[in-house]
Design a protein around this ligand. Sequence first.
Ligand SMILES: [Zn+2]
Length: 414
Amino acid sequence: MTMRMRVRTTCRICGGSHLVRTLDLGAQPPSNSFLAPADIAAEQAFPLEMHLCTDCGLSQLVHIVYSEDIFDDYLYLSSTSRALCQHYQGLIDGALARFEPPAGALAVDIGCNDGIMLRRYPDGRCRLLGIEPSSAGKYAREAGFEVIDQFFESGLAERLAASHGRAALITATNVFAHVDDITSFAAGVRTLLADDGVFIIEFPYLVDMVERLYFDTIYHEHLCYLALTPLDHLFAKVGLRAFRFERTEVGASGPALRLFVCRAESGRATEDSITAMRADEQAWGITDPARYRDFAARVEQIRDRILALIAEVKAKGGRVGAYGAPAKGNTLLNYLKLGPADIEVVAENNALKVGKVTPGSHIPIVGDDSFLASGIDTALLLTWNYLDFFLANSEFIKKGGKFIVPLPDVKIVP
Ligand SMILES: [Zn+2]
C-alpha cells in the first residue's frame, strides 16, 4: 500500500505562517512500519522535521503521513503495563477526591485504548464512556464499557452532548499530540464539558524533551510537541482555560505534564503555579528559534558520541546489537544512519515484530533467546527509559552483556 503525505504551511494551533525549521532528522519511514525483508524495495520515507511557530510557540511536524495509511499491526494494549495502571489509578483517585463530580456524572476517556482508564473508576461512581477509533477499543467493549469507535472532533462532541449529556470529567492521555485538527478536538472538549467540568490531559512536556534531549520521541505519529504557551492560545480560541498542572515521572511515554483545564468562564481559580509556568516558558525562550537551534546542536553531539562509542566497541573486537524495538528506537537508528553492518540484530519480545526488519535501518529483529545465543556482547539500549528494569532483570546482562545507553547521557553500563 502506498502511503500518502501532505504538508502544512500554517501552524495547527494559531493558523500563523511564521514556521521555522528547528530540527531535521532526515527522511524516515513512519516509526511503527516494521516490515518483512521482501518489502524493503517498496518502503517509503518522509521528512521528519520539527518546525516552530514563532507566533504561539508550538513545535510541530508539518509533513503529515495520513494516519489511515500508517501500517500499524502491533496493537498496543495499555493494560499490559502494570506501572501505567497504577499511574492512571492515581490520576482517577486524585480527580475524584479533588473535584468531587456528582454521583452518576458522565466521565469520558478519549483514546480509551483497552479501557485502562475507565477500569480505574470505582464501580458505579460515574457513567463511563470511552472513545477509541482503533481496534483496541474492542477490549474495552468486551469489558462492558460503552465505546464510540470514531475520531473525536467537534461534530462528534455535539452529538454526544445531545445523546449522553455533558461530562464532569474528560481525560485524554497521550492523544492530543497525535491530532492534526487540534482546534476541532479542543472545541469538541468545550462542547462536551459540563459548566463545572474538568478536562485532564497528559503529554510529554516540550521543555523536558529539549532540556533532556529526548529527541527520539519525535516521530511521524507525534504531530505536536506541547507546552503551556501554545496550549493557552488553543484554549483561548475555543473557550477553555488551563488552571492547574502536575508533573509525573511515569507516563505512557516517560515523564509527562498533566494539565487540568476548565471552561474559560468556570469559577475555578487559575493556580499560581500556572502563572509561574507561563513566565518560566517565556524566560526559557519557548518562541525563540535560538533555543531550538541549540537543541539541534546538542542532538548532533549525542549522535556523534553514540557513533564513536559503537566504533570503539567494534575496534576492540566487540559485537554490537540493539535491545528493544520501540517506535522511538527507529527515530534514533535512522537519524544515526545505522544499519545491519553496524548493529547485527535487534532483540525484541513482541512476537509480531520478530522475523521483520526495522523500518529504514533494516536490521533483523530476533527473539530474546536467539539474541542471547548470538554471542553479541554489547547492545544499544533503545528502550533506555527502562534501563533500571533491564539492568536488574535481563538475561543478557546477567550473562555479562553490556548496554550502550544513548539517552539522556551516552554511556556503557554496567
Ligand atoms: Zn502558532
